[in-house]
Design a protein around this ligand. Sequence first.
Ligand SMILES: [Zn+2]
Length: 292
Amino acid sequence: MRTLLFLLSILSMVHSTMLDTTHLHDYRAITLDTLYDGTPHKAIRQWQEHNSTRHLIVDTATLTTRIVDSLTPLDTPPPSRLSELQKALLAAPHPLHNAGLTRTHDKSVILTVDMCPSRKPSYEKALFDYAQTHHIPLAIAITARWVAQHPDAFRQILDAHLSITWVNHTATHYYDPHEHNLSRNFLLHEPSSLETEIFETEKMLIAHGQIPSVFFRFPGLVSSPTLVRRLIEEFTLLPVGTSNWLAISGKPIETGDIVLVHGNGNEPSGIRRFLEAPYEGNYSSIGESVGR
Ligand SMILES: [Zn+2]
């Protein structure tokens, strides 16, 4: 009986930390060229919220996203940075590991921070404090499950006045530690629904007043040609890999790097390396500087 009560209390705790997104109805992917403020955008999501239709749109030059109600269709969109990146990604080789955008196109560095699900109670607050003090824009690869596990930590990150681009890192970040064949693990594990994994994290962000971006990081950096194509063509998302996974690369940060660290407490050696040997050059936001 005592065990049952304990289990029930755990279940209710888990449930109370899940964010309610049921007010976001009929959430779906669309692809519609549109004008916003006189500049070309692409509408990539549509949903119903409090009796109005809402859209997520992306500026096809700057790759910044915003949420709007009405759309102004654009009949003949000009070639854009977004379409060039999509074309280049579709034509590129699709390795099992680390497919996607891995460099900046300029002399800056992009800092990406992965928040995979974690049983660690805390997070790498020192890293976020450092980013705040030094005005470093962050590309945070977020999972809905980490947020459900750590609502207070997530709130602290939201309240820290950071410059954040939310990179979708899936909702559940499936991972089987006993499956050593990468082609059967992470998103390549059969029952995963790509749509649910993407949409649940986007809806969680929207319900927190945040704006999803066009960027996506594959869990484990593991993907297939089919997944890359679906990500780009069905969901208008751009996969982001890394040129310097700090905990395992053994390299200092160099100009042009997309740096990967874990902010969820699961890989403290990467955070240590980052804080002990800071890069002295420019950091920029992922939308501004991501390239190939
Ligand atoms: Zn991850």
